[in-house]
Design a protein around this ligand. Sequence first.
Ligand SMILES: [Zn+2]
Length: 264
Amino acid sequence: MDTSIDASFLAPRRCLREPVTELWDAAAVLDRATNAHLSGNREQAEVLLREANQPVVRSWTESLWGSARANPDQWRYLRRRPAADAPPYLPKPDRVPVRMPSAAERTEVLARYGRHCVFCGIPLIRAEVRSMFHRLYPEAAPWGTTNPSQHAGFQALWLQFDHVLPHCRGGDNSISNIVVTCAGCNFGRMSSTLEELGLIDPRTMPVSNNGWDGLERVLAVRTANAATTLNSLPPTAACAVMASGPAAPGPSTLDGAVHEPGAA
Ligand SMILES: [Zn+2]
């Protein structure tokens, strides 16, 4: 293995690893799957969901958050270096008590950065959207508790809220310290600072905005359908539904707080 390094190897960079084109392909296929679903063509939606579950997409994510032994080139992407005045790792009692921003603050962060990774630029999909596809198409959009059992496209394009200065290094949950990233960039960086990985501060970079909606339109339809159903019910029944609330708790939006990368 060639482990030599030179100045260019350690030059400032925008992301840990430049994304492969198949990531955009997967996003485009999932976009078509969404259109098929919304037009009532479930069979076509299922075919397209399966098409977006590509091994090459999973390999990209694994190269960043998987085990070093199974990903021999990972050291190239996670090339850490000593950084002057690096903030120390804090014991838990010394960290900011509230780790993640509120729902309103997350909405503000999304409005600021859109639904693209601020580092590598790939389009992103929130966990709520993926969960809906998983509920409707459990075979074509699998989402288990281990990395290999999760749909590769939804996994790679998984929208995360990431601390620029890591929480365990003194970072807080203010929106000035929170950015939108993909799973690979978030869990690949883990608790390293930007300086330790030679990353350019993404807050200084132009925001990518090409109209990608993160497939959120499927949730809009679900909400509209729920409202229609509610309005069609007799007043007494509608009140009962409203009082009982949702049938099951929704998925956590604090993605970075709940996922265990590298689980196998
Ligand atoms: Zn990324």
